[in-house]
Design a protein around this ligand. Structure first.
Ligand code: SF4
Length: 480
């Protein structure tokens, strides 16, 4: 690998201009294929990378075989996600053999790890550019460097020599401001509000690959959201690894509840959602802001991860079950059926039968509307990866089934409360299962299916709920 720092290269704007000029000389517009793995933040960054590529002169394609440039924006959260990326890189090796001019880039959390970069160099030498979690605006610089070396080293005897991959793996503190996005949706937009994480949960790799928390300035976030609302976006998703600690690193006196209140003043017909929330930083001020702000969706996803204090301690979550329940009680005191969802990890190293029973008990007490539960998956490079883990996979699976069945029963009961209600729903697509039906989400983040026409996708509709199931509501539109 040849490591390049931003200071080794011309400024991004100059690199973009040079690439535009090179690409304009091609007989047909070259196409780029971008695929993002993992979380919403990765998807949002993938949209920024796509916008940069179009600015440089590429057209976009969803057919990888048609691309002159292939970019994989990777995720490191799960080891099997990494295996998928390596598998994908292996499966496109023949494309590079058929077209040595094809440019292959790997970016994101996975490639930010030195061990992965080494593996890429050793086993996938046909990758041209490797970027870690450096700001997306570094892509034009590395692309420029790659194209320039190709210009100065044209194919000898018609055969292109394999060049060493260029890389920039350092995680720096820059915040990529003013970045355009080529958004997939015309009505839902993600807006990163902060990057990195300070929490070091023992099962998570994010702080090692994304660095410490850096918040964007509120004025810049407000400006971006205002422009999106003006452009007709109906749902704005604020993103960060822990949005609840937003602003703590800024010199101005601000925090996440104040940001929500400020955004709420933007006129228009839209909802604001956010993720992810850390319970230790979820305060009454946050709950008050959610309940008071007209545009903030009335739903909170508050990942608890376990119902056992011993396990929460081993996870380094820095709250207790009692503290979590206190927060839920505050919310439910103001709105008794406030919609609450969570994440739970089953079979964390050392989880005993008693620890698991405590998780079931917490789920019974809180009665979440939905839950994303995962069997613990070992992640190399984290503290939990070295913890003794005597529970068998079969036992973990049994616990998972028990948890899922309890949650199903709760969801069936919970969802009955919506029957007969008139709900505002943001219509997001056609139902995959039922022809002629549309789907959407209510402010409580409930999935609703109802009859309608495709021209309604992307707009708010009013639906009367006629039936409920464990994961969905049926309804009919008041006005079609
Ligand atoms: S809060 Fe914990 S789980 Fe979430 S990104 Fe940070 S370290 Fe990972």
């Amino acid at each position: 690998m040849q490591e390049l720092r931003p200071t080794d290269l011309p400024p991004t704007a100059d690199c973009i201009r040079s690439i535009q000029s090179w690409l304009s000389g091609y007989p047909a517009q070259p196409l780029a294929y971008v695929h993002s793995f993992g979380c919403q933040l990765n998807v949002a960054e993938g949209e920024q990378l796509s916008a940069l590529l179009t600015e440089m002169g590429y057209g976009m394609t969803e057919d990888v075989t048609q691309a002159s440039l292939i970019l994989y924006h990777t995720c490191a959260v799960r080891e099997n996600a990494e295996d998928r990326v390596f598998g994908t890189l292996g499966s496109i090796k023949h494309l590079k053999a058929e077209n040595p001019d094809l440019i292959l880039c790997v970016t994101g959390c996975m490639s930010a790890q030195a061990s992965v970069a080494e593996k890429l160099a050793a086993s996938y030498p046909y990758v041209d550019i490797v970027l870690g979690t450096t700001p997306v605006c570094r892509l034009p610089q590395l692309l420029y460097a790659h194209m320039q070396r190709r210009q100065t080293a044209p194919p000898a005897g018609g055969k292109r020599k394999t060049l060493r991959p260029l890389c920039d793996l350092h995680t720096d503190t820059d915040i990529p401001e003013g970045q355009q996005s080529l958004r997939d949706s015309t009505f839902r937009a993600s807006v990163p509000i902060m990057y990195g994480c300070n929490n070091f949960c023992t099962y998570c790799i994010v702080p090692y690959v994304r660095g410490r928390e850096r918040s964007r300035h509120p004025a810049q976030i407000c400006e971006e959201v205002q422009a999106l609302v003006k452009a007709g976006y109906r749902e704005i998703l604020l993103l960060g690894q822990n949005v609840n600690s937003y602003g703590h690193d800024l010199p101005e006196d601000t925090d996440f509840p104040s940001l929500l209140r400020e955004l709420d003043r933007i006129p228009g017909d839209y909802w604001i959602r956010f993720m992810s929330s850390h319970p230790k930083d979820a305060t009454p001020a946050l709950f008050d802001a959610i309940l008071d702000c007209k545009h903030v969706a009335k739903h909170l996803h508050l990942p608890v991860q376990s119902g056992s204090d011993a396990i929460l301690d081993r996870m380094n979550r820095r709250y207790t079950v009692a503290q979590y329940l206190e927060k839920v009680a505050y919310l439910r005191e103001r709105v008794p059926d406030f919609s609450l969802t969570t994440d739970l990890i089953v079979g964390f190293p050392g989880e005993t039968e008693e620890d698991f029973a405590a998780t079931l008990s917490l789920v019974e007490q809180v009665r979440f509307d939905n839950m994303y539960s995962f069997i613990y998956s070992r992640r190399t490079g984290t503290k939990a990866a070295d913890m003794p883990d005597p529970v068998t996979p079969q036992e973990k699976s049994r616990r998972m089934q028990r948890l899922l069945s309890l949650q199903r029963e709760i969801a069936v009961e919970n969802n009955k409360r919506f029957v007969g209600r008139v709900m505002r729903v943001l219509c997001d697509g056609e139902s995959r299962k039922s022809p002629g039906m549309l789907t959407g989400r209510s402010t409580e983040n409930m999935l609703v299916e109802f009859p309608g026409t495709p021209d309604q996708i992307g707009s708010f509709v009013t639906v009367t709920i006629t039936a409920s199931h464990s994961g969905m509501l049926d309804g009919i539109q008041e006005t079609a």
